[in-house]
Ligand binder design. Structure first.
Ligand SMILES: [Zn+2]
Length: 171
């Protein structure tokens, strides 16, 4: 999938872009997840809406690893996001859009498609993640501090330490 292109031209031509985006090419998302594991698939359809506006209609799917706030081990998070934005190049044009369409203000020329995909995925990431199953026995969880539980994990890294500082579980 190309990283950049002219979204206005694509809308006129009804271009559809699909493909996988490497996590390493999305630095802000990469910084928000545990490791480089996971994948992001995007389908971006450019076109003209019923109201005659240039729009981007997109669907993003994939998975990334977050930190489980209970056991501080990685937990897989499934990504399923949609994008529906009007392609405009000024604030005035953004205001002229129907209320149902959020503006995507692009400058002259080429826009960065990875950027809007990354933005949407980041918006949809949960604040805290947990394993679906009970990964830490309740009684152990309540009798030990988060630090002790975390120290038992084999994959101690600075990110996890930061998570411990930020997210001390409630007793
Ligand atoms: Zn867990």
């Amino acid at each position: 999938m190309p990283r950049r292109g002219d979204p206005r031209k694509y809308a006129q031509q009804g271009v559809e872009l699909t493909g996988y985006l490497a996590l390493d090419s999305l630095p802000r998302l990469r910084a928000a997840v545990v490791d480089g594991e996971g994948k992001i698939h995007a389908r971006l359809s450019f076109g003209i809406s019923d109201e005659g506006k240039r729009v981007l209609d997109g669907r993003i799917e994939g998975c990334v690893n977050l930190i489980c706030q209970r056991c501080l081990e990685p937990v897989e998070h499934e990504i399923s996001s949609t994008i529906y934005v009007g392609i405009v190049w000024s604030e005035d044009q953004a205001k002229a859009l129907p209320r149902s369409i959020d503006p995507w203000i692009v400058g002259e020329g080429q826009a960065d498609f990875y950027d809007i995909v990354e933005e949407e995925v980041l918006l949809d990431l949960p604040q805290v993640a947990y394993h679906a199953e009970q990964c830490v026995p309740r009684e152990r969880f309540s009798s030990e501090s988060a630090e002790e539980v975390g120290a038992k994990g084999p994959r101690q890294n600075p990110f996890q330490v930061l998570e411990q500082l930020k997210g001390t579980p409630k007793k």
